[in-house]
Design a binder for this molecule. Structure first.
Ligand SMILES: CC(C)(COP(=O)(O)OP(=O)(O)OC[C@H]1O[C@@H](n2cnc3c(N)ncnc32)[C@H](O)[C@@H]1OP(=O)(O)O)[C@@H](O)C(=O)NCCC(=O)NCCS
Length: 173
């Protein structure tokens, strides 16, 4: 069973110790430790950030984090979503020895169900960046209805999903 759990003094060491393959490091712009630190800084600045440990049958197998923010970057100025609220997926990883077992997909689905409750406020969009060379991530996000925007920053594609209809209706059976 997959669960998303808060990061506490009891599991922070396990989460920090999780690593991806060397050739996957470029897919992640940051480490779990740095993301966790970012979450605290963002929260202190009033931008809600939610870092969560991914558990499979009581074992910490991954980490994810989402934030609630406004799509107000200057490069989005001509886009329909400019200035709108979004849940932005900051980081998601599954430790290298746990990959390819379906955990990433199930964790992503659970995260989307959490987000559907709009825990930090209403939003119209779900957004994320993925490296254009990251075929697994691209396939995963497309399977959940994310669409490429064509906006590429530092070799990463901004993908977006409209939340104007229930996420759960789009989830894979
Ligand atoms: C991307 C990542 C989170 C996916 O988690 P995972 O547990 O390995 O993936 P899953 O086993 O749940 O597979 C999820 C989906 O990914 C896709 N996928 C998995 N392995 C794949 C492969 N070898 N080739 C293409 N697509 C693949 C499939 O769509 C799969 O769904 P399906 O089984 O229904 O076809 C994980 O591989 C990871 O941490 N990678 C390194 C870090 C990273 O790239 N993070 C994302 C940054 S944007």
């Amino acid at each position: 069973m997959i669960e998303l759990r808060k990061i506490t003094g009891d599991n922070i060491d396990e989460v920090i110790a999780l690593e991806v393959e060397e050739n996957q490091e470029d897919f992640l712009e940051t480490t779990n430790l740095r993301s966790f630190a970012d979450a605290h800084m963002l929260n202190a600045d009033g931008i809600p950030a939610t870092p969560l440990a991914i558990y499979a049958d009581e074992v910490a197998v991954g980490f994810l984090m989402y934030i609630y923010d406004t799509l107000d970057h200057e490069t989005f100025e001509n886009e329909v979503f400019y200035g709108k609220k979004s849940y932005f997926i900051w980081h998601i990883m599954i430790g290298m020895s746990y990959q390819g077992k379906g955990y990433g997909k199930l964790a992503f689905e659970k995260m989307m169900m959490d987000i559907e409750t709009m825990p930090d406020g209403e939003a119209e969009y779900l957004t994320l960046f993925y490296r254009t060379s990251n075929v697994i991530a691209k396939t995963l996000y497309a399977s959940f209805g994310f669409v490429d925007t064509g906006i590429i920053q530092d070799n990463s594609m901004l993908a977006i999903k409209n939340l104007d209809w229930k996420i759960t209706e789009s989830l894979v059976e």
